[in-house]
Design a protein around this ligand. Structure first.
Ligand code: SF4
Length: 335
């Protein structure tokens, strides 16, 4: 009887231990499956892990990123068991009183958030992007009424030319002809500018031509049909409009800007000096509203309209343009 009782007791004890081993395993295995774990010996898998009820060998679970390739999951199986859940049962369980070891899963670190888009500048823009950006800016200018010139213009004159121009010419503002055509430097002064550009070995289509003020400043705004009604833009008009020119420069990002005339030179280089004091040397362009990704040189010379009135100044203007040519490696066309 005693033997029978001992045997019965031993059988109950065995059943009790087996039941607890199984409960522990199921409980432990359920945790990593819910947290996105996968067996390190298998393919990447998001399905819940199934408990293995086989022989007494350790079963490892390795936390696997949802995007990590399966090969990597296999490779990491030999790494130290950080982030692992180890379940030991059967014979090993009898040797170790606490066979289930669950290390707390490490939180999944999210990929860094992409920085917000920076405003594009010419140095990183494609030709298509520059063309689109300049067209959008031109549309804005044509609807602009930031200063009183917007009320009296016939057409805004944003500017025109090569979006990848190495050289930009900047005058003070549109005149009579430009106001009618909506294009810069198309009157007599424009024809002389075309000759100056050709003398430098370039074509008009290779440069970009613009003004600081995009609308026609008139002496008598009540009579826009009158000839000789042009004037230079005043300080308020320049302050309102210069952001458009600065945006154009930042998009095109030329090597050199030539300021045509004293108004343009003083607005873009230094207000305190006369054109005579500013011309004949290079400056580094500094803009109010935009920072350029690389230095842009600026040089001042006479406005073509001033050269028409004072032909004796053409020699000095040509000397200025030759400085630009030397800086850019341009050669005058052979005659
Ligand atoms: S001159 Fe310039 S700021 Fe003034 S209305 Fe024309 S585009 Fe706008």
């Amino acid at each position: 009887m005693a033997d029978k009782s001992v045997r019965a007791l031993a059988a109950e004890l065995k059943n009790f231990l087996s039941a607890h081993e199984e409960e522990d395993f199921v409980s432990a295995a359920a945790q990593p499956a819910a947290a996105g774990f996968s067996r390190v010996t298998g393919q990447e898998d998001n399905t819940p892990a199934q408990p293995q009820m086989g022989p007494a060998s350790p079963v490892l679970y390795q936390q696997v990123s949802p995007s990590r390739p399966a090969q990597h999951a296999a490779a990491v199986s030999k790494q130290p068991p950080q982030d692992t859940l180890t379940v030991v049962f059967g014979q090993a369980a009898q040797q170790h009183p606490q066979p289930v070891t669950v290390e707390k899963p490490q939180p999944v670190v999210s990929a860094p958030v992409c920085p917000p888009d920076q405003p594009p500048v010419g140095g990183t823009m494609t030709t298509e992007e520059k063309t689109a950006a300049l067209a959008e800016l031109a549309a804005t200018i044509k609807n602009c009424s930031r200063c009183p010139l917007g009320d009296t213009r016939l057409n805004a004159v944003p500017g025109e030319g090569n979006v990848n121009a190495r050289l930009m010419f900047v005058g003070e503002g549109p005149g009579y002809d430009e106001d009618r055509q909506g294009r810069p430097f198309v009157g007599r002064a424009g024809q002389l500018l075309d000759k100056m550009i050709a003398a430098m070995g370039l074509k008009r289509e290779e440069v970009f031509i613009a003004n600081i003020a995009k609308c026609h400043p008139m002496v008598d705004p009540q009579h826009p049909e009158k000839h000789g009604n042009d004037r230079a833009p005043n300080a308020q008009e320049i302050a309102c409009c210069r952001k458009y020119l600065e945006k154009q420069i930042s998009i095109i990002l030329p090597e050199v800007v030539v300021a045509l005339g004293g108004v343009s030179a003083k607005a873009l280089i230094a207000d305190a000096k006369s054109l005579g004091a500013l011309r004949g040397k290079f400056y580094t362009l500094s803009l109010d509203n935009v920072s350029l990704p690389r230095p842009v040189k600026i040089l001042a010379t006479f406005h073509p309209a001033a050269l028409l009135r004072n032909p004796g100044w053409k020699k000095d203007a040509w000397a200025d343009l030759q400085m630009v040519m030397a800086h850019m490696g341009l050669k005058a066309p052979s005659k």
